[in-house]
Design a protein around this ligand. Structure first.
Ligand SMILES: [Zn+2]
Length: 434
């Protein structure tokens, strides 16, 4: 068996790994999009580096776009087989891919207007909404903790990764030449003591482990809780400066965590009386899907739900659906909180909100998750004093901050805990030759 890494190696996004068996069978683990890689992003996403028609079957660890985002392109270019994933991953991937296609079509339209004036050739999206719809027909649900047949020689079982709703580690039993090899692919590993989800589950003994290490060199700040951090930004920005607090937020996972934290502030009578806008149709859909899987929630939130049926709703919360309503927010003066995708601020409506509000020192932009250094979020976090958004240079006068305690990725303590179920004597080192 051989494994080739076509993304998420020495970088975080673009998760795509191909296992090739000696009999030629090719299994693709994830088919993620590269995000926030600056000028290289588009090129990286346009060329797979392998032939999709040669892939026999695919397994998807979770719905995040950096793990699922190129599935429509994979299908468009000749992949015909099944894509195994958990039921919640299927639901979320269906809405995320449609949204990804819409964003691409919108962004390309927006940029082509300018390119036409400049006499430059038109850009094309990686795929369309139609491609995304065809692609999700390949998704096939499998429950956690149940072995299923991937091919005649390969069986798989999902274990809960505790990263987002439906996220899974992929455990494989691979038979080759009468020998069975156990390989586990971590996908993204969540955190122990997550606000909403259960902790990552244990997994069967593996011979080889492919694991993520986004925060393999750091520990998250857990001394201050998310509700407290959010409240201090709201007080500083909205109450003292009467400005807008913009939270670029991943639609899946982080949005629900923020809503849950704000709901907690309301339960404690600490939530200021200002409007909170969730400006992302995808975040609205994702929140509805998350609510459908309360059996994946941890015990604390299940207990809260006995008295508070909707732990993601509170006073002042408003959902924005249409683009027109979203644009209207520019013309409303006064304090408000805008929660909008994407988390790295490289796409989606939040990019427009940032470009409209970044030059006013009354406002704050607070990043709530991992940002690639070259993404807009990454550049802001880096302290850049000027940033280019949609080709226009902006001076950064808004206050920029981040809430690191909110990461859905485990730190090195979480990763060590995830690995602790393994007998390390049985985990093999990778041989130099095959
Ligand atoms: Zn993820």
């Amino acid at each position: 068996m051989k494994i080739a890494f076509h993304g998420a190696a020495r970088t975080v996004t673009g998760s795509k790994h191909i296992i090739t068996l000696k009999n030629g069978t090719k299994i693709l683990l994830d088919c993620g999009m590269f995000q926030g890689m600056g000028k290289d992003t588009d090129t990286l996403n346009r060329h797979f580096g392998f032939d999709p028609a040669e892939i026999d079957v695919m397994i998807l660890s979770h719905a995040h776009i950096d793990h699922s985002g190129l599935i429509p392109k994979l299908v468009k270019e000749g992949f015909v087989s099944k894509i195994f994933c958990t039921p919640a991953t299927k639901d979320l991937t269906t809405v995320l891919l449609k949204d990804s296609a819409e964003i691409q079509e919108d962004d390309v339209k927006f940029m082509n207007k300018r390119r036409a004036n400049e006499g430059k050739p038109y850009l094309r999206p990686l795929y369309t909404v139609d491609d995304a719809q065809k692609a999700v027909e390949h998704l096939e649900e499998k429950q956690y903790e149940q072995w299923f047949e991937v091919t005649e020689d390969v069986h798989a079982m999902f274990s809960d990764a505790g990263h987002i709703i439906g996220s899974a580690c992929v455990n494989l039993k691979i038979k080759e030449n009468g020998k069975e090899t156990h390989l586990t692919f971590s996908g993204d590993i969540g955190r122990y003591r997550d606000a909403i989800l259960k902790s990552p589950d244990t997994f069967p003994q593996a011979d080889f482990i492919v694991m993520e290490s986004t925060y393999g060199n750091s520990l998250h700040d857990t001394a201050v809780t998310t509700p407290d951090m959010l409240l201090s930004w709201i007080e500083k920005t909205c109450l003292q400066k009467k400005g807008k607090l913009i939270l670029p937020t991943f639609s899946v996972g982080r949005t629900q965590e923020i809503l849950y934290a704000l709901n907690q502030l309301e339960l404690e009578n600490r939530l200021p009386d200002i409007p909170f806008y969730v400006d992302s149709p995808l975040s609205i859909e994702a929140t509805e899907i998350v609510k459908r899987y309360p059996n994946y929630f941890n015990r604390t939130i299940q207990k809260i739900m006995k008295s508070d049926k909707d732990p993601f709703a509170f006073k002042g919360l408003r959902y924005i659906q249409s683009v027109d309503q979203s644009k209207q927010l520019n013309f409303i003066n006064g304090p408000m909180v805008i929660i909008s995708a994407s988390g790295m601020a490289d796409a989606g409506r939040v990019k427009h909100h940032i470009s409209n509000n970044i030059e006013n020192s009354r406002n704050s932009i607070v990043l709530t998750g991992y940002c690639e250094p070259r993404s807009l979020g990454g550049r802001l976090m880096n302290g850049d004093k000027e940033v280019t958004i949609f080709g226009v240079l902006h001076e950064v006068h808004a206050e920029v901050g981040s809430i690191r305690s909110m990461s859905a990725h485990g730190d090195y303590d979480d990763m060590s805990q995830w690995l602790a179920c393994q007998d390390k004597q049985q985990v093999k080192t990778i041989p130099g030759t095959w």
